[in-house]
Design a protein around this ligand. Structure first.
Ligand SMILES: Nc1ncnc2c1ncn2[C@@H]1O[C@H](COP(=O)(O)OP(=O)(O)O)[C@@H](O)[C@H]1O
Ligand SMILES: [Mg+2]
Length: 340
C-alpha cells in the first residue's frame, strides 16, 4: 500500500548501458584504490553524461578526492578501467588537455593581481592569453581583475581557481569541494557560476561532503560512502522516491505500539519516533492522501489521534540514510577544520 519504493536499489547505472561512451564524459568500472591494505575506493562504477552537472557526495574520508585524483591521472588506480572524454584512464595525457580541474586550493601569487596570476599560468602552460578577460568575466571577477590576489575573499579565490581551470577551454570541469569553507553568499555565487557554466554546455563533476550545498545545481548524483557507491542516478528520481511522511500522535502514549502495529499491518512502512522535546509519534511513509484512511483505521481500533501532519522528507535525510552520516556531524567536523 505504501507508495514508496525501495531506495537502495536505485543505482540506475544500468539505464546508461545503452549510452555509448560518446555520450558519457566519464565512464569507469571497478575503479579501485588501495593504500597498503586499506581499500579507500572500492570498485566504483561511474557514469557522467556529457552536458550534465553531476554531484559527487559523501562524508569526509569517503574517497571523493582519491577518485578525482585517479580521474586526473594524479594517482594510479589499483584496479578498474574507464574513459574520460573518450580517452583511456590509463593514458591521462590523451584527455587531460580537455579537462579543467580545481582540486585543493590552487597556488596563486598573493602579490599579483587576479589577471596577472592567470597570465603567468597561461604562459607556463603555453595557452592563448587573449581569453583571460572572457574567463574572468565568466567567473564574475572582471571588475576585480587588477586587484591583488591577497585582497580577494575566499569565494573570489575559489572563483579565480575556476578561471584558471577554464583557461584551456575544457569540455569537462572537475571541482573538488569548491564550496568548502565559503560563507553563504560565497556558496550561492559558486552555485550560480557552476550552473552558468553548465548552461554553456560544459560537463561539471563537483564534489561536496554536504549534499545541501550542491543538490540544487546537480542533474545527477553519485553518492559514496566508505569508497562504495550508495546511490547513482538522477536527482529528480531520488527526490521522487523520497516521499512524504505522515506524523500521527495518539491521545494516549500507551497506544503508540498498537497504532504502529495497526499501520504496519495495513501495509505501510512506519516507525515510532522519539523526540527530545515533544511526545513520541508514529511516523508513516505516506502522503497526505492517506491521512483520512489512517485516521479512520485508528478510529476503528479505538485509538484517537490528536495530531496528524505531513512532513516532506528531504534529500538530506536520503543522504543520511544512504551514507549513515548526518550532515550535522560533518558540519561539526567542518567547523573544527578537519575537512580533508
Ligand atoms: N596517499 C594516501 N595514503 C594513505 N591513505 C590515504 C591517502 N590519500 C587518502 N587516503 C585515505 O583515503 C580515504 C579517503 O580519502 P579522500 O579521498 O581524501 O576522501 P574525501 O575526499 O571523500 O574526504 C581517507 O581515509 C584518507 O585518509
Ligand atoms: Mg576530499
Amino acid at each position: 500500500m505504501s507508495a514508496h519504493g525501495p531506495v537502495l536499489s536505485l543505482c540506475d547505472v544500468l539505464d546508461l548501458d545503452q549510452a555509448t561512451s560518446r555520450d558519457l564524459a566519464v565512464r569507469a568500472s571497478g575503479l579501485t584504490k588501495r593504500f597498503g591494505d586499506r581499500t579507500v575506493v572500492d570498485a566504483l562504477e561511474l557514469a557522467i553524461p556529457r552536458g550534465s552537472v553531476c554531484g559527487f557526495v559523501g562524508p569526509n574520508g569517503a574517497g571523493k578526492t582519491t577518485t578525482i585524483r585517479m580521474l586526473l591521472g594524479l594517482i594510479q588506480p589499483s584496479a578498474g578501467s574507464g574513459t574520460v572524454l573518450g580517452g583511456d584512464l590509463g593514458e591521462p595525457q590523451s584527455y587531460l588537455h580537455k579537462v579543467g580541474a580545481l582540486i585543493e586550493s590552487p597556488a596563486f601569487y598573493p602579490q599579483l593581481s587576479g589577471k596577472n596570476n592567470l597570465l603567468a599560468l597561461a604562459r607556463l602552460a603555453h595557452i592563448d592569453a587573449t581569453t583571460i578577460p572572457d574567463v574572468l568575466d565568466r567567473v564574475g571577477l572582471l571588475q576585480r581583475a587588477d586587484d591583488l590576489y591577497r585582497s580577494y575573499s575566499l569565494g573570489m579565490k575559489q572563483r579565480l581557481g575556476i578561471a584558471a581551470a577554464l583557461l584551456a577551454a575544457p569540455e569537462l570541469l572537475i571541482l573538488d569541494e569548491p564550496t568548502n569553507g565559503l560563507d553563504p553568499a560565497g556558496i550561492v555565487e559558486m552555485r550560480d557560476l557552476i550552473r552558468s557554466l553548465a548552461d554553456e554546455g560544459m560537463t561539471v563533476f563537483v564534489s561536496s561532503h554536504l549534499l545541501s550545498e550542491i543538490e540544487h545545481i546537480c542533474d545527477r548524483l553519485i553518492m559514496i560512502s566508505d569508497g562504495k557507491t550508495v546511490f547513482q542516478g538522477e536527482v529528480a528520481k531520488l527526490r521522487a522516491t523520497r516521499g512524504d511522511e505522515l506524523i500521527l500522535r495518539p491521545e494516549s502514549e500507551s497506544s503508540l505500539a498498537s497504532l504502529l502495529t495497526l499501520v504496519q499491518r495495513a501495509g505501510f512502512a512506519a516507525r515510532v519516533e522519539e523526540a527530545l522535546l515533544s511526545p513520541p509519534t508514529v511516523v508513516v511513509e505516506a502522503g497526505s492522501d492517506q491521512a483520512a484512511p489512517l485516521n479512520r483505521l485508528a478510529m476503528h481500533a479505538d485509538i484517537t489521534l490528536i495530531h496528524i501532519s505531513e512532513r516532506a522528507r528531504s534529500l538530506e535525510e536520503a543522504f543520511f540514510e544512504l551514507t549513515g552520516t548526518h550532515s550535522r556531524d560533518v558540519e561539526t567536523a567542518h567547523s573544527l577544520g578537519s575537512v580533508t
